[in-house]
Design a protein around this ligand. Structure first.
Ligand code: DI6
Ligand code: FE
Length: 397
């Protein structure tokens, strides 16, 4: 396949989106064979049936590197409670929040879970997403956690989409372990982690390090188990308060620390030393009406790659639009449109530990999005507008 007459945001160089004017891309067997200015296209890639993109913009396929799209039910009633003045943490402590979705997920059938997840995955696919991370974390028992992970894998088999899974058994303490978080970690989380790994269901291990969830010492036990199996880790850290999760994640060489609104400059330095990414989740910031901004200036000055993701979940971020997350990252966090698009491509790949996508260069996966826009800044600029013209995933589409 040969695409010509395109403006190409490659992200393969670090200036101005790595933009190529009047570019061409040649795809071969699911990979990018060549990308560059049309006038430099090698003879062997020239073709009579090249597709003229009419000057449209081509970017890497979008990557949503943080989502919780497999779950039962919804939490519209809690949305109403928050509008009447209750806080997210109050609702969680009263048995709602994550716990309420755990109840709905445990009683959902696999078919229910899959149908709901596909609806959300399809919304993301319609916006050019080609790689999607999906977490467990609404089962909190072995059976339901593994069911969630199987459903997540199934989404990637049914759709032309790469799915990466993260085990989030340490998301909340389930009712049956109320007041016994340590026992939950030792008796449920770690054995489930081992079982999931044995079944090939886990690409990474995540956790929620927060006052309403787990402290750094508890998370360290989960990370020790993950590390001993060779699984990479990541962490929901410093979302609602500062507990030291970011520093812990860095100590374990985490792929990423996510949310990080309450992270300090020292935390940022730790991430930089560890080579970890920061995953910004403006949908949760917006939904919870958070006012503490993540330390964007420090991420920039210490060269910590910033990814942007939906955090699509039924509680704190019922958002199934990565383009809107990019817009929110600009308007709420003051990212530039270039940073926002890098956050949903090259830096999102980095946050998933993937080196073969997120940028357009020869050898990378043939995951591309073609947009009906003139300039890359337009992708983050409009609100509630989807200019996707065509999505190519693994060379198909
Ligand atoms: N932080 C979040 O934003 C989601 N999980 C987490 O650890 C929220 C999950 C939920 O409210 O259902
Ligand atoms: Fe999350």
């Amino acid at each position: 396949m040969l695409l010509t007459n395109a403006r190409i945001a490659t992200f393969a160089t670090s200036d101005r989106y790595g933009l190529i004017e009047e570019g061409a891309v040649a795809l071969e067997e699911g990979s990018i064979a060549w990308v560059g200015p049309l006038e430099e296209l090698p003879k062997r890639y020239r073709s009579n049936n090249a597709e003229d993109l009419g000057g449209r913009l081509v970017t890497p396929g979008l990557i949503d590197c943080h989502s919780h799209i497999v779950f039962g039910g919804h939490r519209a009633a809690e949305f109403e409670l928050r509008l009447e003045g209750a806080s997210y943490e109050e609702i969680a402590r009263a048995g709602g929040g994550i716990g309420s979705t755990v109840g709905a997920t445990r009683v959902a059938t696999d078919a229910d879970l899959l149908a709901g997840a596909l609806t959300r995955a399809d919304a993301l696919i319609a916006e050019g997403v080609t790689t999607l991370e999906i977490k467990s974390g609404y089962g909190l028992d072995t059976e339901t956690e593994l069911r969630m992970l199987r459903v997540a894998r199934e989404v990637g088999r049914i759709r032309n989409l790469t799915v990466k899974t993260s085990f989030l058994g340490a998301h909340a303490v389930p009712l049956e372990y109320s007041g016994r978080a340590d026992a939950y970690i030792d008796e449920a989380v770690i054995p489930t982690l081992r079982a999931g790994h044995e079944e090939g269901l886990l690409d990474a291990v995540d956790g929620f390090c927060e006052g309403i969830a787990f402290d750094p010492a508890q998370m360290a036990r989960v990370f020790d188990a993950a590390t001993s199996l060779g699984l990479p880790v990541k962490l929901h850290a410093e979302q609602l308060s500062h507990l030291g999760g970011t520093k812990l994640a860095a100590e374990y060489g985490a792929l990423s620390a996510d949310h990080v609104e309450y992270a300090t400059e020292n935390d940022v330095i730790a991430l930089a030393r560890a080579g970890s990414a920061a995953v910004l989740l403006p949908g949760a910031y917006y939904t919870l009406r958070e006012t503490q901004m993540p330390p964007i200036a420090a991420f920039r000055s210490h060269n910590v790659p910033m990814a942007v993701a939906t955090d699509c979940n039924p509680g704190s971020s019922p958002l199934a639009s990565l383009l809107l997350a990019m817009n929110m990252a600009c308007t709420l966090f003051r990212l530039t449109p270039e940073e926002a698009l890098a956050g949903a491509t090259v830096n999102a790949a980095r946050a998933l530990g993937l080196t073969n996508r997120g940028m357009l260069r020869s050898g990378a996966c043939a995951d591309l999005a073609v947009w009906d826009v003139e300039t890359p800044a337009e992708l983050a600029y409009r609100i509630g507008f989807n200019p996707l013209h065509r999505r190519i995933c693994g060379g198909e589409g």
